[in-house]
Write a protein that binds this ligand. Structure first.
Ligand SMILES: C[S@@+](CC[C@H](N)C(=O)[O-])C[C@H]1O[C@@H](n2cnc3c(N)ncnc32)[C@H](O)[C@@H]1O
Length: 267
């Protein structure tokens, strides 16, 4: 290992040593401590770039049934939920963290369309069926959630999303997919032997789950082709972040896919 990476590794170990054990507590403490969001804020993935959001709106316009509610799973502070709500009559953001949900509510001004937020662990058995019982079949949007889950959790989330899309829904996934080792990923976000940019240091100190690759193989594992049809894939997508080496907002390698359940009949 190069000395620069060894020093970076020491920074990471020092930062992460006080993190709580339980992952949902980690996410909630992280959100509880956030002071500012947006391009100059504390949240690593909360860049305000409208290009990325516009891309998702275009994909939803092309592939999703416009009459269905849209559920933004792992909505965080609701940046994308709000953007989706500019096009759909009913949008629901769902997050594991009560503090994320409270922040999303605070950041969402009243508007002409129905936007609401819920607190739920979407890997819990039955979470998808419970939402579907209330909302019916939904379009589902997921950004930046699967890549921080190990495979069994991704599969549990996928099973719930299958229940939530029902027969008519569509699923849009947007995940970072950084190849190679974690330290390279951190360097890509501006970390080095002198330390880590504050939003990255904050995420590591909170003990947020480490990012994992999330490309074709991981998506096929969680959403097997026997159950899902992939109708769109962009393996060279870019996902916005508030960091890049030298400062300013940037992007990292990502993977975007649109899926539909098999056997959904005429649309
Ligand atoms: C990296 S953030 C992405 C937030 C948002 N989708 C965005 O792109 O701005 C991941 C979010 O997923 C939420 N999350 C993690 N595990 C979850 C679960 N099991 N159920 C629901 N939300 C979850 C976290 O609390 C966090 O807000």
């Amino acid at each position: 290992m190069r000395w620069t990476r060894a020093v970076l590794l020491l920074h990471v170990i020092r930062l992460a040593r006080r993190a709580p054990r339980d992952v949902s507590t980690r996410w909630d403490r992280y959100w509880a401590d956030i002071r500012d969001t947006g391009d100059h804020g504390d949240v690593l993935w909360d860049a305000s770039t409208s290009d990325e959001a516009q891309r998702y709106l275009d994909l939803l316009a092309e592939y999703a049934d416009p009459t269905l509610p849209v559920v933004d799973v792992g909505c965080g502070n609701g940046r994308f939920t709000r953007r989706i709500a500019t096009r759909f009559d009913h949008t629901v953001g769902v997050d594991l963290s009560p503090h994320a949900v409270a922040r999303a509510v605070r950041e969402t001004p009243p508007g002409p369309r129905r936007v609401e937020y819920r607190n739920a662990d979407m890997t819990e058995p039955g979470a998808g069926a419970r939402l579907a019982a209330e909302l019916g079949a939904c379009t589902v949007f997921v950004r930046g959630v699967l890549h921080v889950m190990p495979a069994p959790q991704r599969r549990a989330l996928a099973a719930n999303l299958r229940d939530l899309v029902g027969a008519r829904g569509t699923l849009l996934l947007a995940e970072t997919n950084h190849p190679g080792p974690l330290l390279g990923y951190l360097e890509n976000l501006g970390a080095g032997p002198r330390g880590l940019p504050p939003p990255l240091a904050r995420a590591i100190a909170a003990g947020l789950p480490r990012p994992r690759p999330c490309g074709d193989a991981e998506i096929d594992d969680a959403f097997p082709p026997t159950d899902w049809v992939r109708v769109f894939t962009d393996a060279d997508a870019r996902i916005a972040t508030v960091l890049q080496p030298g400062g300013g907002t940037g992007t990292i390698a990502g993977h975007v896919a649109v899926l539909r359940p098999h056997g959904d009949g005429p649309r």
